[in-house]
Design a binder for this molecule. Sequence first.
Ligand code: UTP
Length: 447
Amino acid sequence: MSQYFKHLEPVKSPVLQMQLDELDLNELQQAIQQCIIDKGALAIPESYEPADYFPLKPENNEQEKLYTKAFEAGINAIQDGKVAAFTVAGGQGTRLGYNGPKGTLPVSPVKNKSLFQIFAEKILGYSEKYNVTIPWYIMCSPLNIEATTAFFKENQYFGFDESDVKFFAQGVMPATDFEGKLLKSSEDSLAFSPNGHGGSLKALIDSGSIADMKERGIEHLSYFQVDNPLISIINPLFIGLHILKNSDMSSRSLTKTGPFEKLGNFIITEGKMTIIEYSDLPDDKAQETDQNGRLRYRAGSPAIHVIRRDFIEKFANDSLSLPYHRAEKKVPYIDAIGELIKPETPNAVKFETFIFDALPLANNPIILEADRAEEFSPVKNKTGVDSLESSQKDQIAKAKAWLKTAGQEIPESETVEISSKFTSIEDLRGITLSIEKTDDAIYIDLK
Ligand code: UTP
């Protein structure tokens, strides 16, 4: 036992004793050092510049040629079965406060489809379009994997072949109080929490998912979060640029709505790409503008990536690892007299690694701008920004815009939903649609 750890009293519960015995003390010691002793102050680089990105639409001839080539390369990789979908769904969704895995939350405005159903339909839509089986890997946590798999089973895997959806659990870390003392969630258990979305890299390896992908010939993973129903999961241009530029890990960016929008900022420091959190970007930097009057640090991260399988393999045996971040959260715990306390304010430190910390370790990382209205409207909060209400509004606006651009005339209605099987506006052009109309809502599907 290291200098950091001591038992204050004998442990009575055998389960708790087993948990203590199984703790990886080296890992915990590192996490405590980084997040409690050093206060989680991951060094903010002294000098940095905004990272370059590929704009959504090509801005010159050369780019136009590149985008055309990239689109083709992307389609070829998809059709050759080299791309898998990967959802990180191990978070606890504390801000939303929904009782259940977030992917099971009904979010679509007419049919109340869950996030998981929307993603399933999208992936099946791409599979059909490109005449290939696109497997789907879903990372859960030990706390929600049972409920997640039960949900898929109840819903017959939303039309997926059971062997093409793989669930696995990420690692957990014990939560501590602000002094680094382990918290108990009951007399028999430590308070564990998932180790952050960065935990996905190791979990993909440890669960055998990477080996499964290798066997299937998968070379690239389309990484997305569980909370964004607008996600463009299989995007040929993005995948193609990632391939042509030989990138280990590529990212989409959103053009920030203002200097202080709460998105991580893509930067380059000492030749490496990384993300600096919005809270760490000094105000004067955040407000800097270029010669066109645009924010210099305008590329924000919506956490959408394509990652090479062989890059992830480098994280095996801890040869590469990610630093821990300190997340101050409300964690219910058992106090000294055995009473369960449900804190009103953050009382605990959760140790989390973040996927974007893999960027500086990646070769040739590239960024492609995304269209916010088309691709990003997450459900994170109960109300206001990034809530169910705002996301449904955006889902409806996107459906209406797609129908209009595709030249489809539909009856006037406030609320419109289109089947997630439509993968692009092109899929809607010149076909006869099935239109289901209820009082004030319309649902559009394939005939
Ligand atoms: P968030 O940062 O939104 O965290 O996760 P969260 O835990 O879901 O929600 P809050 O902060 O408690 O409200 C972004 C994405 O990363 C996944 C989430 O499921 C979501 O898709 N995630 C997060 C994991 O898979 N594991 C984790 O340990 C944390």
